[in-house]
Design a protein around this ligand. Structure first.
Ligand SMILES: Nc1ncnc2c1ncn2[C@@H]1O[C@H](COP(=O)(O)OP(=O)(O)OP(=O)(O)O)[C@@H](O)[C@H]1O
Length: 476
């Protein structure tokens, strides 16, 4: 036993005065009265909180007591007929103001409220303090056709990231498949999104092609919330990463289709590289200003030509404008590369590899402002395969094989914030996660799928307007 105890730290001072409250004896009848009063107050609170249940129930009881069964049945029929009439007359407003709010109330009560405290405890989101247990407060439930959106007041000390880490567990606890957590406007709240039905389950057919592409918002697919997904190409380069058969081709084709109107009017030049032998992209030949496949030397030459064009343009714009504006005389150049690793990693000729690496890093670091953009697809996002991954400001993550790859593609912490690229099923080709401007958390999208017939049609309708002797340059 030590002779003296030394405890480091601050000692909590003893209160200068201790007050002991006197103990009162309560008569039994007063206790009973107190319990009854408390029960009545609680019942009233529940009745007011669930007015949408208690109100109609009281009204039905009153009608029954006053007028009998027949009148009650007639009233119920009239209410049902009114709802059906509203639905037939204006389905959108019925769903928004009638049906979904009703579904939300029922799901709040039946799915979320019922096992809330125990779920919070088992998912590690409840806490204990001074002998009392605390659970986060369920504030609001909103439903639409596909998603339940649950707003929660977090406990002090919790972050939306804590909830993002537990979102999948929560989803399964509430018997749903997919869950995400997002920060809300107020810093003490978090919004949980649980998927009831996948809005991206069906293939998205090819989308309308605008005559004049909006380079700040190219229409490429559909978002999880049902809105269209638009990609900002102006001022950026785009990297599309995905395992084999994840649908990288559909992202490239959606992008080419969205630019096709500009190809026809001469506002856009597509320089296309298909190092895997030209199988994927050759069908769009009438749209391309340059098309290179197979021969690494030829591809290095075309990339160096792009660097030359970029430098000439930069010299012309220096001191005149800070951002290039596309015109038929000076079009936007978009370099589309299918399988970038075939250019950066899988080439055996070291000299050609160096030439490609130099040209690509120049294009990626200097091309954005002068209207030379790189859009590249890639299977393996590791740094050894793509050394200049960080030079792509815009990245799209399709199905990936390992969880760590999600952060490699979409940035640190992306997987925790909901980009579950490794959990996209093989059957969902063309589904991926993207970052939206001004939105912290990644958003799930499905890109449009162009069939062979769509691509042939696109080539026919939007082929480049050029002299018949000015055919696309093909290097193989
Ligand atoms: N957006 C999409 N919607 C529905 N199905 C799609 C979509 N994209 C691709 N698919 C389906 O997935 C298959 C593979 O697509 P794709 O060739 O684009 O994949 P990939 O990632 O480019 O494959 P690879 O790496 O082998 O080239 C297609 O044949 C098509 O059936």
């Amino acid at each position: 036993m030590p002779l003296i105890n030394v405890i480091p730290g601050e000692k909590i001072p003893v209160a200068p005065m201790n007050v002991r409250l006197p103990a009162w004896r309560m008569p039994g009848w007063l206790l009973v009265f107190w319990w009854l009063a408390r029960g009545l107050v609680r019942l009233t609170v529940v009745a007011v909180r669930y007015w949408w249940l208690t109100g109609p129930a009281v009204a039905a009881l009153w009608v029954h007591a006053r007028y009998g069964w027949l009148v009650l049945a007639a009233v119920v029929l009239v209410v049902i007929a009114a709802c059906v009439g509203w639905w037939r007359w204006h389905p959108a407003s019925w769903l928004r103001f009638g049906w979904y709010p009703m579904v939300a109330r029922c799901r709040r009560l039946w799915v979320y409220r019922r096992g809330w405290a125990s779920t919070m405890a088992t998912c590690g989101l409840a806490t204990a303090f001074a002998g009392d247990r605390y659970v986060p407060q369920l504030l609001k439930v909103r439903c639409d056709r596909y998603v339940d959106e649950v707003t929660v007041r977090m406990l002090p000390g919790q972050l939306p990231d804590d909830w993002a880490g537990a979102a999948q567990r929560l989803a399964y606890a509430f018997r749903l498949r997919d869950g995400q957590a997002r920060s809300a406007k107020r810093p003490d709240r978090v919004i949980l999104r649980f998927l009831r039905r996948d809005p991206l389950a069906a293939t998205v057919a090819s989308l309308p092609v605008p005559d004049l592409p909006d380079f700040a918002a190219l229409l490429l697919g559909v978002r999880e919330d049902g809105r269209t997904y638009r990609l900002r190409l102006a001022g950026t380069h785009v990297l599309v990463a995905g395992a084999t058969n994840s649908g990288k081709g559909s992202v490239l084709w959606s992008l080419i289709a969205s630019l096709a109107g500009g190809v026809r009017s001469g506002l856009v030049e597509l320089w296309v590289f298909d190092p895997k032998g030209g199988m994927e992209l050759a069908a769009g030949l009438p749209l391309f200003a340059r098309f290179s496949y197979e021969d690494p030397d030829g591809m290095a030459g075309v990339l160096e030509e792009a660097v030359k064009r970029m430098r000439l343009r930069a010299a012309r714009l220096r001191g005149v404008a800070r951002q290039h504006t596309p015109s038929p005389d000076d079009p936007l150049i978009v370099l589309v590369v299918d399988e970038l690793a075939a250019l950066t990693a899988y080439i055996s000729d070291r000299k050609v590899k160096e030439r490609i690496k130099d040209a690509l890093s120049l294009l990626l670091s200097q091309g954005r402002a002068v209207g030379v953009h790189v859009v590249a697809a890639l299977q393996d996002p590791r740094k050894e395969v793509l050394p200049f991954r960080d030079l792509f400001p815009t990245r799209i993550g399709l199905r990936l094989t390992e969880p760590e790859q999600c952060d490699l593609v979409l940035g640190d912490g992306a997987r925790d914030r909901g980009a579950l690229c490794d959990q996209i099923p093989e059957s969902a080709a063309g589904v991926g996660y993207v970052a939206l401007d001004g939105v912290r958390d990644p958003v799930r999208v499905r890109f449009s799928y162009l069939t062979d017939a769509d691509i042939r049609d696109l080539g026919r309708t939007y082929r480049r307007l050029c002299d018949s002797d000015q055919q696309p340059e093909v290097s193989a």
